[in-house]
Design a protein around this ligand. Structure first.
Ligand code: GLU
Length: 488
């Protein structure tokens, strides 16, 4: 075994990247990079029935977006390839045969019907396989093999004693061997099970640290018995705490769709930034030595340590994620924000070319999730129908009566402007308020309502007029004035 730290992310190609899987990938990456090691990507596709078209591409794409760059993997190769389990298929059988020779595994010829009826007739759901084929004689086995009876290969668990191992997070774990099932190692289709393949692959790929969800904790003794049978060194185990979601009644349960988006792709399409998601996920189960919260990926590498991982379940808090997202948005330059938000701008504004930097600057500080953007700026594309009551505002001291003369005066003053800039519009409206001896708001409110048709807008009257341009602004203001004066 090499001395170098080697970790692996070993997803099954299911078609989406659950945040739990992404956290595993992140921690594997951080452990490798913080210790000067190698981060390997391995695709675990031994369950051929669960294969999903395009799923491997989603894995590559997610890792790239999340900036978790692997050093070895199916797409880039490496010394330990192939990195896809189905391409390693031929490697597993010789190891299984070695176990059979050493009396640590056995052929099982039980039919599906027999196993089904075993399950149906058992009161104990966890009872599992009854070890029927464990005692077959050499002759019986040979006879079955010669006649081509389909078989699986099962691990022969010790019936007595205990198996104990150390987990870097959960501490010492001990199980009675009598509780361990004679699990299948090689399936009838010749493919290894995950339970077998992960051990063979982790060993033959020189993996030093195995990071995975705590749902694998109970299977780990079985893996360790395999390592022992082969005389191989057991890797360092780092099982991660469960990720829970908050239920409406305040209780928590395993994070699932009913709590909200649970995959990286869904979160990104809802308008969360990959960097913010990664930063938040880093803290789901790991705590830095100080209370710091914002970390770039490089800073995570610098600060990460295995002893900061907690075994208590972590609760995925969408509000907290939104807070992180808002912080990342605020920290961007306006140009970066405009570029990131462009797909959302274009969703709402399809026929106009606006000054997107100006649009970005009125939105940036008040956007927490990018998907909020289209509804906030739709009014630039098409002004919504609105009631004239919107002109009434107590704080700005506007009424249905005074809004019309204010708007009319604003139209005249703005129309006379030789140039249409933020500052010229601003000064024009402020001067107007002064000369009419009213509050600035008494002019600004009717102008903003007429320009947008909404009481809540990103940016004020000046910004909106500036972005709309003179022609469109004048049209909208006149329409607003008509609304106020018709029937009156
Ligand atoms: N293929 C397994 C999964 O996607 C990986 C478990 C492991 O990391 O060993 O859950």
């Amino acid at each position: 075994m090499s001395d170098k730290i080697r970790t692996r992310f070993a997803p099954s190609p299911t078609g989406f990247m659950h945040v739990g899987n992404l956290r595993t990938a992140l921690y594997e990456y951080l452990i490798a990079k913080s210790l000067g090691g190698t981060f390997v990507l391995r695709i675990e596709d031994t369950d051929q029935e669960r294969k999903v078209e395009g799923a491997v591409d989603i894995i590559y794409h997610t890792l790239k977006q999340a900036k978790l760059i692997h050093d070895e993997g199916p797409d880039i190769g490496g010394e330990y390839g192939p990195y896809v389990q189905s391409e390693r298929k031929e490697m597993y059988m010789p190891y299984a045969k070695q176990l059979i020779e050493n009396d640590k595994a056995y052929y099982c010829f039980c039919t599906k019907e027999r196993l089904d009826s075993l399950r149906e007739n058992s009161d104990d759901l966890g009872a599992g396989y009854d070890r029927h084929c464990r005692g077959l004689s050499k002759e019986e086995i040979q006879q079955q093999l010669d006649s081509g009876t389909p078989y699986v290969i099962r691990q022969k668990m010790p019936l007595e004693g205990t198996t104990t191992f150390e987990d870097a997070v959960f501490g010492t774990i001990s199980v009675d061997n009598s509780e361990l099932q004679d699990q299948i190692l090689i399936k009838a289709d010749g493919y290894p099970t995950y339970n077998f393949a992960n051990v063979i692959d982790d060993h033959t790929m020189d993996i030093t640290h195995v990071v995975r969800g705590s749902e694998y904790l109970s299977s780990t003794p079985k893996y360790n018995l395999l390592y022992e049978s082969f005389g191989w060194e057991i890797p360092t185990y780092i099982h991660l705490p469960l990720i829970m979601g908050k239920n409406d009644d305040g209780s928590i349960s395993k994070l699932s769709k009913r709590h909200g988006a649970t995959s990286f792709e869904d979160l990104v399409s809802k308008g969360y930034l990959p960097e913010a998601i990664i930063n938040y996920i880093a803290l789901l189960g790991w705590a830095p030595k100080d209370n710091r919260e914002i970390f770039t990926i490089e800073e995570l590498i610098e600060n990460f340590s295995i002893d900061g991982i907690s075994k208590s379940p972590a609760v995925f808090d969408y509000d907290k994620l939104e807070w992180f997202n808002a912080e990342y948005i605020k920290a961007m330059t306006v140009e970066q924000f405009a570029e990131t938000a462009m797909p959302y701008f274009k969703k709402a504004v399809t026929t106009k070319e606006l000054d997107w930097i100006k649009v970005a600057s009125i939105l940036q500080q008040r956007t927490t999730v990018l998907s909020q953007i289209p509804e906030k700026i739709e009014f630039f594309e098409t002004q919504p129908e609105y009631e004239k009551d919107l002109f009434v505002n107590k704080k700005s001291k506007t009424t249905l009566e005074n809004s019309a003369p204010m708007l009319s005066a604003a139209i005249n003053a703005l129309d006379a402007l030789p140039e249409w800039t933020h500052d010229s519009i601003h000064d024009c409206l402020i001067d107007l308020a002064k000369s009419l001896e009213v509050k600035n708001g008494t002019v600004m409110w009717p102008v903003r309502i007429a320009a947008s048709g909404m009481t809540v807008t990103p940016g004020g009257a000046v910004e909106i007029l500036d972005i709309l341009g003179k022609e469109e602004s004048m049209l909208r203001l006149k329409k607003g004035l008509d609304k106020l004066t018709e029937n009156s």
